[in-house]
Design a protein. Structure first.
Length: 155
C-alpha cells in the first residue's frame, strides 16, 4: 500500500472492496510501479481500482496462470478472495477453478506450459541436422571414399 490513504481508498483494490466474498475478474493489463523496487499492478476489466501485488501475490499469479512473465497474465481470469493475513487483511489470488484442480490433484498450469521444453529441443535438433548437412556437403567425397575402403576391407 502507499503512504497516502486517499490513494489507497480511491485507486487501489482493497480487501474491504470485495465485500467479504470472492470475485472472479479478468486481467486487462499489467503495469509496474515503484521507485526503488518495481511492483506489478493488475488492471481488471469492469473494475476501476487496480491491485498492486506483493511478493506472495506475484507467486500466486505465477502459480495460477502457469507463467512468470507479466505479459502472459493479460486476459487471464483469476479469483480474488479477501482474507486475514499476518500483516492485516489481504487479497488472495487463485485460479478460478483452483478448488476443482486441487481436489483432482492436478497442477493449475496452462496447457502450453507442458510444451515449453519441446520447442528448444526441436530447435537444437534442427540446428544439428543443418550442421550435419553442411558437414556432408563439405566432406561428402572423402566420406564416400572412406566408406568404399571400409566395404572393400570387409569383403
Amino acid at each position: 500500500m502507499t503512504r497516502a490513504p486517499v490513494v489507497d481508498q480511491r485507486y487501489r483494490l482493497r480487501p474491504e472492496d470485495l465485500g467479504g466474498r470472492s470475485l472472479t475478474a479478468t486481467v486487462s493489463n499489467v503495469t509496474l510501479q515503484g521507485l526503488e523496487q518495481m511492483q506489478p499492478v493488475l488492471h481488471f476489466t469492469r473494475i476501476d481500482k487496480r491491485l498492486p501485488l506483493d511478493d506472495e501475490q506475484c507467486d500466486a499469479m505465477a502459480r495460477s496462470t502457469g507463467q512468470a512473465i507479466l505479459e502472459a497474465w493479460i486476459g487471464r481470469r483469476i479469483t480474488l478472495t479477501p482474507e486475514a493475513g499476518g500483516d492485516g487483511p489481504t487479497i488472495r489470488i487463485t485460479a478460478p477453478d483452483a478448488a476443482a484442480t486441487e481436489s483432482a490433484g492436478l497442477p493449475a498450469v496452462r496447457a502450453e506450459a507442458r510444451w515449453s521444453w519441446r520447442q528448444p529441443l526441436l530447435l537444437i535438433l534442427l540446428l544439428a541436422l543443418a550442421y550435419f548437412a553442411v558437414y556432408l556437403l563439405d566432406n561428402g567425397a572423402q566420406l564416400w571414399l572412406d566408406i568404399q575402403q571400409l566395404l572393400t576391407a570387409i569383403e
